[in-house]
Design a protein around this ligand. Structure first.
Ligand code: NAP
Length: 524
């Protein structure tokens, strides 16, 4: 009998009534565990988090909650090797893939623990500065932020079972809001192991962290005013959840991180033999192959000058050919499988859609031979580069997100065409611009910002030191407009805003000043 994952609700570990969904090794197809939550009273579980977790957390100051995050990071660090092994078994991660997920989660906890020190012993936050409201100087206003009184429901996608959990939880917990985590079922083994270790370490007050490993598709029936829902996943699911009648009626806050047709742009000034050209090629290949392209921020559209498209195609294809795909347990394997058979089928179907408008430059073979794995049992997809020769006339290359190691070259001839093609993504999480041309970069930053949540500008000075196109750093806002969901997470202290109510307090300046002494200044 395989392991049946338990759910952590109402302050205890509880099994679902049925066997649940099988969690598999995407290399071999072997079943590792089952996850399900049938029979669990979700209304009672959320109530418990609101009733017990919320006041217990809010009895502590920001600094004290920051210390809890630090302690959680230490527990997770001590168990890193175990998590890497689970990431390999349940997600087919290479060591690099696992590091982004596991260490990225731990790093985010540590970052918010450090930030908390600047917030002092306060229990609420006050914005700096006051606004005069009338003739009497003594009567002014100040805005304060107090933590929400509900629970934060965190619904995550399958590709980041660790980082997805902690990038959301660290901000909510620091704010004083309990977390109800619902990872994607298929890869919930890692989230389960981490929560198990944190619960055993007894770091957080009862009710402040709950976990549902499988199911939970009726969670929205039970959200209330004061709750917040943060969803990461596909745009289709997001649409269904944010228009759920109870979400609308309750007025619960709702944040979406969804799909994105992120672009990388090579500037007209970058010659084929320039170091920046090589840096561009390296970054695009990294984006296509790290985590087998299963990153919401990964480059999907590659915008290059038309007179350099041959050189770019050749350089990318040569580099992709060196990426050994297979079982990450095998020596030399640099890219593993997708997480499930369903994702493999979806990627192949997506490539077929792109091929209606683009030709294959490299990959797209369904019968290639992964090293140490089989295509029948495993979920492998070959890195695939396509080229669309008439991107302004095309449609599917701008709206089809293949969630795998797949990207399309889009040649451009004028600057106006760059802005037009970039915007055709309908709103993206991340874009990158490779150029040393000051004027062009300035125009690009302004023209591209309204359709992007984050822009990475790479020039000769930072080409060896930047943190990467697809890496969401906790200092920077993560989220994007339009198709990307319109949400915002992280961004240092800015992220705390979502879990607080901002209230304008109007009154006597002297009183307002005393109030501000009780609250840390907030610049988020
Ligand atoms: P998904 O099918 O939309 O699922 C996302 C999450 O929603 C899973 O936890 C899923 O649970 C849950 N879910 C589905 N229906 C639900 C319901 N009725 N009520 C409550 N929860 C429900 O997406 P996915 O296939 O896991 O993820 C891939 C997609 O996510 C890609 O399109 C990618 O671009 C996007 N993504 C975006 C970001 C970002 O930060 N913007 C990050 C990663 C991924 P089950 O697993 O139990 O069905």
């Amino acid at each position: 009998m395989k392991l049946k994952l338990q759910n952590y609700v109402l302050g205890k570990w509880v099994e679902g009534r049925e066997l649940g969904t099988a969690l598999r090794d995407p290399v071999s197809g072997v079943t590792l565990a089952y996850a399900g939550s049938e029979g669990i009273d979700l209304r009672a579980a959320l109530d418990y988090a609101r009733r017990e977790g919320n006041p217990a957390l809010q009895a502590f100051s920001y600094v004290e909650r920051g210390q809890m995050l630090e302690a959680a990071a230490e527990v997770l660090t001590a168990n890193r090797e175990k998590y890497y092994q689970i990431a390999l078994e349940n997600s087919g991660n290479t060591v690099v893939d696992a590091a982004i997920d596991v260490d990225g989660g731990i790093g985010t906890l540590k970052y918010y623990a450090a930030l908390s020190k600047g917030l002092g012993d306060a229990h609420c936050l006050a914005e700096s500065g006051m606004d005069r409201l009338g003739r009497d100087k003594a009567f002014q206003s100040n805005h304060i932020l107090t933590p929400l009184k509900g629970v934060a429901v965190h619904i995550n996608a399958f590709n980041f079972p660790s980082w997805g959990l902690w990038e959301k939880a660290s901000v909510a917990l620091l704010s004083g809001v309990p977390v109800f985590a619902k990872p994607a079922t298929a890869t919930s083994l890692l989230t389960h192991a981490m929560v198990q270790d944190i619960v055993a370490a007894n770091i957080l007050p009862p009710g402040s962290l709950s976990l549902l490993c499988g199911g939970g598709h009726t969670l929205m029936d039970h959200v209330q005013a004061g709750d917040s829902v943060l969803f990461t996943g596909s745009a289709d699911t997001a649409r269904g959840l944010r228009t759920h009648p109870q979400v609308i009626q309750s007025g619960a806050r709702f944040n979406v991180e969804a799909d994105s047709l992120n672009m990388a742009l090579l500037g007209l000034d970058v010659a084929v033999d320039a170091p920046l050209f090589s840096a561009f090629i390296k970054e695009v290949v990294k984006e296509m192959t790290v985590k087998a392209g299963q990153k919401c921020t990964a480059v999907r559209r590659i915008l290059v000058p038309a007179n350099r498209v041959e050189a770019v195609a050749e350089a990318l294809a040569a580099r992709l050919a060196k990426v050994t795909v297979g079982d990450p347990r095998e020596e030399g394997v640099r890219m593993g499988p997708l997480v499930t058979k369903a994702q493999q089928q979806a990627a192949w179907a997506g490539i077929d859609v792109l091929r209606r408008e683009a030709e294959v430059v490299y990959g797209a073979e369904r019968d290639f031979e992964p090293v140490g794995g089989s295509l029948d049992e495993g979920c492998f997809v070959q890195p695939t580069l396509l080229r669309c020769n008439n991107p302004s006339e095309a449609e599917r290359v701008h709206d089809t997100e293949v969630f795998g190691p797949v990207a399309t070259l889009l040649p451009y001839t004028t600057e106006a065409q760059i802005w037009e093609l970039a915007a055709r993504g309908g709103g993206s999480l991340a874009g990158s611009v490779f150029s040393n041309d000051d004027d062009f970069v300035a125009r690009a930053m302004i023209r591209l910002s309204s359709s992007h949540g984050r822009l990475l500008v790479v020039d000769d000075a930072v080409m060896d030191s930047h943190t990467g196109h697809g890496i969401a750093m906790p200092q920077c806002v993560h989220g994007g407009p339009g198709r990307a969901g319109g949400g915002e997470e992280l961004g240092g202290l800015r992220g705390l805003r979502f879990y607080h109510q901002r209230t304008a307090i109007q009154g006597n300046v002297a009183r307002l000043n005393r109030l501000r002494q009780l609250a840390a200044e907030f610049t988020g």
